[in-house]
Write a protein that binds this ligand. Structure first.
Ligand code: GLN
Length: 285
């Protein structure tokens, strides 16, 4: 039976030499996966390098490393992903929440204060954005939609486990929201072009295409949301959209063309244009 240190050493070498990871990522991924199999955190692994890994756990660990070598995201292998301050359950029915999307959460919190507000998250996936907002703004009334029932079930599970109540609704963008208005609408919609070679890369390949791809230029979902959002925003309400690093200019043009004011694009952790926002002020036109 290998020790913890043997198992980690073997996995790091596999991931860095054969697989998709940099040496630093190989180390972190190995720890996450061994910790998952043993039901321990990385502090325990560091404290007990000579502990023996039992045969069933060693088999299970090797199988997980093999799946990681095939490109599956660590989040699908452990079923969990950290986002904001929350630990979310993820499944292959959901996009893996990205750190860049935390920018969208930050900006939403800057735009709308803690007083009661009606807030909508379109295409919620795991519920990441809606639940992060709920954790920071207990007085907001938050609705989150998704196209698919199995995805909504994951978001519902996260909402219950984290004890952060939100209203979940099956809807294609605004389809099930006739007559509803909000103070803030946020979305991380699919925004990748159908022929983008990035889609063949490790990781993304395992994720649901409907959460990633949106038409030939990646902008179908964003165009539809921008077109319909004014019908669902109260005067002074904000729309915040995540988009691709090269889409800032065109998304700003879409918002300006639809009559939004205060249109601006903010950058993500990698300094790429990532979130464009605008305010709906019909009176000022
Ligand atoms: N940022 C993700 C990626 O490039 C895409 C997320 C999305 O399409 N909403 O992999």
């Amino acid at each position: 039976m290998p020790t913890v240190s043997d198992a980690l050493h073997w996995a790091e070498q596999q991931l860095a030499q054969v697989g998709p990871d940099s040496p630093a990522a190989a180390k972190v991924d190995s720890q996450w996966l061994l910790g998952h199999v043993l039901g321990r955190n990385s502090a325990w692994l560091r404290a007990w390098p000579d502990a023996l890994v039992g045969e069933p756990q060693w088999q299970q660990f090797q199988a997980l490393i093999q799946r990681r070598l095939n490109g599956e995201p660590v989040a699908y292998l452990t079923g969990q992903q950290g986002f904001w301050t929350l630990e979310l359950q993820v499944t292959p029915e959901t996009l893996v929440p990205r750190p860049d999307t935390e920018r969208l959460v930050e900006l939403a919190l800057q735009k709308v204060g803690p007083e009661p507000a009606r807030v909508l998250d379109l295409g919620t996936g795991t519920g990441a954005i809606a639940l992060a907002l709920a954790s920071e703004r207990p007085r907001w009334e938050i609705t989150a939609t998704d196209l698919e029932q199995p995805t909504l079930a994951v978001a519902q599970g996260n909402s219950e486990r984290l004890n952060l109540p939100i209203t979940l609704l099956q809807s294609h963008w605004f389809a099930a929201l006739a007559g509803s208005r909000f103070d803030l609408i946020v979305s991380n919609p699919p925004y990748i072009a159908a022929d983008d070679p990035h889609l063949l890369g490790p990781g993304v390949r395992s994720e649901p295409m409907r959460a990633l791809v949106s038409g030939s230029d990646g902008l179908d979902a964003i165009r539809e949301i921008v077109r319909q959002a004014p019908g669902h925003l109260d005067a002074g309400g904000w729309l915040l959209l995540e988009h691709g690093w090269h889409q800032g200019e065109v998304v700003r043009a879409l918002l300006l063309g639809r009559g939004f004011t205060g249109v601006a694009t903010e950058r993500d952790l990698g300094a790429n244009e990532r979130v464009t926002l605008g305010q709906w002020n019909p009176g000022s036109l």
